[in-house]
Structures are given as C-alpha cells and as structure tokens.
Design a protein around this ligand. Structure first.
Ligand code: KG4
Ligand code: ZN
Length: 338
C-alpha cells in the first residue's frame, strides 16, 4: 500500500510517499526557517501563507522523486494536530480535497504519534516495549510504547519544551532561530564544567520536566557577563546543553528501569543532537539498554513519519471523516494522547 503523507503543523511543509508503512519512496521537506529566523521564532500567519505556496510543489516533487503517478497512491495521511491551527488547516484541507477527488481513504494523524513512528523508519527498530521520548520545539513527552497502537504518556514538560529552551538560549546569545543545532555546534568549543547551570529534576519519581528555570538562569548569567560574553559563549552553550541533557538522560533511564524495559527510542528535532545520542548510549550501557534514534532528516518534522503512522490507521480502518477538524492541542485518538 502506497500512502501519501502530508505534514504542515509548524514551519515545514512536507510530503512523502511511503510503501507498506516503512519503505520511504520519497520525503520532501520545504523549510521556512530562513523566513522565521528574521523574527526570532515562528510567525503563525507567515507559516500559513508559506504552506499555501509550498503544498502543491512539495507533493509534485515527492511524486517525481518516487517516480510515481497520482493514480498509484492508495491512501492519504495528513497531520491533524497538535500544531498551529492555520498551518494545520492547509495540509489537512488539501488532504481532504485530494482524497475526495481521487476517491481515497483519508486518515488524520496525531503529530506526536507520527514522531513516535519515526523510530520504525530505520533498518534497526526498537522492539516492544520501549520508552519513547518526543523532544521538539513544542513537546517534551515520555511514552511507554508496548504496541503499534498503545502510547502511554508517562511524563511531559510543565512549561517550556526542551527544543524551545535551546531556541530561547540561542536567542538570548544572539545566535538566531532555530537554536538547537547552533548551540550543539558552539558547545563543542566550550567546557561544560566551567559554568554550572541548575538541573531541574522536579520530584525524582516523576517523569515530568521543567526547562523554564534554566533559560532564566542563562539569561541572568548573560546579563551579568556582558563585557566578556563573546569569549564565554562556548562555555555557556556547553554548560546549558550539559544541564538539559543530564535531566533528559536521568528521566529516560529511570523510566526504563521503572517499566522494566531495555529500549529507548528518541525522536523529535532534539533527537538530532549527536551529543545527546552519544551520551545516552554511553550512560545506558551499564544498564543493558539499547538506544535508537532516527536519521537526522527523520528526527525533525517530516511527512514520512506521518505516512508511517497513517498506514497503520488505514489498515485498522481508523478513517477520518470530511467534517473532521484540525486541533491545536493534544486531545484525540490514542491512549495517552487523549
Ligand atoms: O520536531 P521539530 O522539527 O519541530 C517541532 O515539532 O517542534 O523540532 C524542532 C526543534 C527546535 O526547537 C530545534 O532547536 C530543535 O528541535 N533542534 C535541536 C537540534 N536540532 C534541532 N535541539 C538540540 N540539538 C540539535 N542538534
Ligand atoms: Zn514535531
């Protein structure tokens, strides 16, 4: 079965063609970050307009790259939420119209379930049960996943998402948006031991996160060290990154130990951070835990993960109706994501 996946929840317009839920025939991502960079973050109205311009060309390109014609598509999967309403509406409305015109079944995919499914798009996939981290600009969620349909939410951020913390720290240091990759790169030239930022573990039994305190701590430090900020920047980046990675690793390993499972799959834009992956592999070794991370282009927003999730929904006849609407906050579909 060939599924057309469409993703437009934030600032990337994406289309992909995926066969049988795990063979990527093409995956096209039109990123808007250069435009939003000027404003220091995503401007929802601009994002919607850019999606309108990009949606048809990305689908055409996906078909071209996969060497497929429209007639060969068997089903349509589009992100329904959570995300920016105006942005979601472009992709989901397009998907409705396309499915109607082609007489195809349509499924509305939960973006977070899509991220979890990006773990199934590699050669080496995690065995059930596994702990899944969705760490992006909008979410920091830990799930216990024991089947293709069951995602139990164990914990989430109570304020900023971890990617958001990277972005805000980058902005504080004048390094632009998005900040994750820039901070990771800068941190390589710094020493994480030179500046200590607080680790917010909350209740150590809880799997919830809080990243707003560390952002404020960085802001305070930067304000107090304006005169030699330039030379301190690599150490600030390294100190900040070490603090957030320590918390993520601690919670993930504890979640594994608590639920007696030996697999961790990290996903979302922050999972593209190689320092995170390498430290997690290192720290989990003594516990016999395996770590999985998708390829870089599948960590951030993409439509292949939406098609992969959509494939299972199509098989299960979990179809969307044409009157279904998009949603900005998580509330529908699967266990833990209600
Ligand atoms: O999953 P994603 O593409 O979009 C959302 O659903 O939010 O994630 C984007 C987030 C941004 O906050 C970005 O700064 C962060 O992922 N990110 C990183 C890295 N690459 C992207 N964070 C840390 N290290 C990275 N290398
Ligand atoms: Zn995302």
């Amino acid at each position: 079965m060939i599924v057309l996946g469409i993703e437009s929840s934030c600032d990337e317009t994406c289309a992909a063609l995926v066969e049988d839920g795990n063979i990527i025939l093409s995956s096209v991502i039109a990123s808007q970050t250069d435009i939003h960079n000027k404003y220091g973050g995503v401007v929802p109205e601009i994002a919607s307009r850019m999606h309108i311009e990009a949606i048809v060309p990305v689908i055409e390109e996906a078909l071209l790259k996969a060497k497929l014609s429209i007639e060969q598509i068997d089903g349509v999967a589009a992100t329904r939420g959570p995300g920016l309403i105006g942005a979601l509406l472009i992709g989901f409305s397009f998907a409705k119209a396309f499915a109607y015109a082609r007489n195809l079944k349509l499924v509305g995919v939960n973006h977070l379930e899509g991220h979890i499914y990006s773990s199934f798009l590699s050669k080496n996939i995690p065995k059930f049960p596994f702990i899944s981290l969705v760490a992006s600009g909008g979410h920091t969620n830990i799930y216990y996943v024991d089947s293709y349909e069951n995602f139990e939410l164990m914990g989430q951020t109570r304020d900023d998402a971890v990617g958001e913390a990277f972005d805000k720290v980058s902005k504080i240091m004048g390094l632009g948006y998005p900040g994750g990759a820039v901070i990771e790169e800068l941190a390589k030239n710094g020493n994480s031991k030179n500046i200590h930022f607080p680790r917010t573990y909350l209740d150590k039994e809880s799997f919830d996160f809080s990243f707003s305190g560390i952002k404020s701590a960085v802001l305070r430090f930067v304000t107090e060290h304006q005169e030699n900020l330039y030379t301190l920047k690599p150490d600030i980046a390294a100190g900040f990154q070490a603090a957030v990675l320590d918390v993520l690793k601690f919670k993930l390993i504890n979640a594994c130990l608590k639920r007696d499972c030996t697999n961790i799959a990290i996903t979302g834009g922050v999972a593209a951070n190689r320092t995170f992956y390498e430290q997690l592999v290192n720290d989990t070794q003594k516990h016999g835990i395996n770590v999985f991370a998708p390829k870089k282009e599948l960590c951030g927003d993409n439509a292949a993960m939406i098609a992969a999730r959509g494939y299972r929904m199509l098989i299960n006849k979990n179809y969307s109706k044409f009157h279904h609407d998009v949603f900005s906050r998580n509330k529908i579909d699967s266990a833990g994501l209600k």
